[in-house]
Ligand binder design. Structure first.
Ligand code: RIB
Length: 324
């Protein structure tokens, strides 16, 4: 692999309110900080991949509005190798309203995906050479499923490795899961995909087994403060959580996925790439914002070197149960 990552995914304008606690239904609360900035899982993951050392081509779609102009200006100065940004005349640029609250800087997000869900078959076809030229295609579920499926089909036809981060969750077929080389749900998405409640490593292993049976060859389930499970036919490994002082957890999953793609594209083995991605994400949560909170490759490497105790460790194979 030569380090080329193509990210197809959403761009959103994020409006963030930092609170002491989340408001209750019907309650108005004063925020003690607020900001507006670039977000969207696709753009965040593309930025993470870039900062983690990859050459990145970002593909997205925005509205014909002020937020779309903001997106184009922001993306053009980010440092991507190339950008393909389509414009939708009917729907506005996606936006997200984000609350960040509490000592652990947890977040609550509502997304209006707008133009992100209007990517046409003709637009996907125009991206085919880009997808085939990449080492890795990284996609999420914040666009219309028809376009995501076509991008994945094009990647497979071109021999490009596919990572699907199934966030935010929408129902996907087993046939689609079988086309993906690496699936990266969080514990909630793993439960939605597998039907198994994921609360710890043991339940994550059982969920991963179900996902393997559905066709996903390699799975990483992120488990919040517990770290992550890496599961394939050959191995079940625990990816540790690096110590961090959380300020804003928004984009932590995006940091993990983008960095993972970057390291895999540069030739790292999956466990090493996942360990790097965990260190990278631990730095992201110490900064506020989403796309603008991604650390650098050097910073993530320094965090890994500062914590030699954070290593990948094997887990016992799960007990296989028969599913109805
Ligand atoms: O993963 C964080 C992102 O989710 C935010 O930037 C927001 O736009 C939503 O897409």
């Amino acid at each position: 692999m030569k380090g080329k990552v193509c990210v197809f995914g959403s761009f959103n304008l994020d409006v963030v309110a930092v609170m002491n606690r989340f408001p209750l239904p019907g309650e108005s609360l004063t925020a003690h900080n607020s900001m507006m900035g670039p977000g969207g899982k696709g753009a965040n993951q593309a930025t993470a991949a870039l900062r983690a050392g990859a050459r990145v081509h970002y593909i997205g779609k925005v509205g014909n509005d002020d937020f779309g102009t903001f997106a184009r200006r922001h993306l053009e100065k980010t440092g991507f190798d190339a950008i393909t940004l389509f414009t939708c005349k009917e729907k506005p640029t996606g936006n997200a309203l984000i609350y960040v609250a509490g000592d652990d800087a947890e977040n609550m997000i509502s997304v209006y995906p707008g133009a992100n869900t209007t990517v046409t078959a003709a637009e996907v076809a125009r991206c085919q050479p880009t997808v085939a030229a990449a080492d890795i295609l990284l996609v999420q579920l914040e666009n219309n499923l028809s376009a995501i499926q076509r991008m994945i089909d094009n990647a497979r036809a071109g021999g490009t490795f596919v990572i699907l981060n199934p966030a935010p969750w929408q129902k996907v077929s087993d046939a689609l899961l079988a086309k993906v080389d690496l699936l990266t749900p969080n514990s909630t998405e793993a439960m939605q995909l597998s039907g198994i409640k994921v609360t710890d490593f043991a339940s994550a292993q059982r969920a991963a087994e179900v996902l393997h049976r559905k066709g996903a060859r390699q799975v990483i389930i992120t488990l919040g403060t517990a770290g992550a499970l890496l599961s394939s036919a050959e191995q079940q490994l625990r990816i540790p959580l690096f110590p961090a002082q959380p300020l804003d957890t928004t984009g932590a999953g995006d940091a993990f996925n983008g960095a993972l793609a970057a390291r895999l594209a540069s030739g790292d083995a999956l466990p090493q790439a996942a360990l790097f991605a965990a260190a990278f994400a631990s730095l992201c949560v110490e900064r506020s914002g989403a796309a603008n909170s991604m650390p650098s490759y050097a910073e993530a490497l320094a965090r890994m070197q500062a914590h030699p105790e954070c290593a990948v460790t094997p887990l016992n194979a799960p007990e296989i149960t028969h599913m109805a």
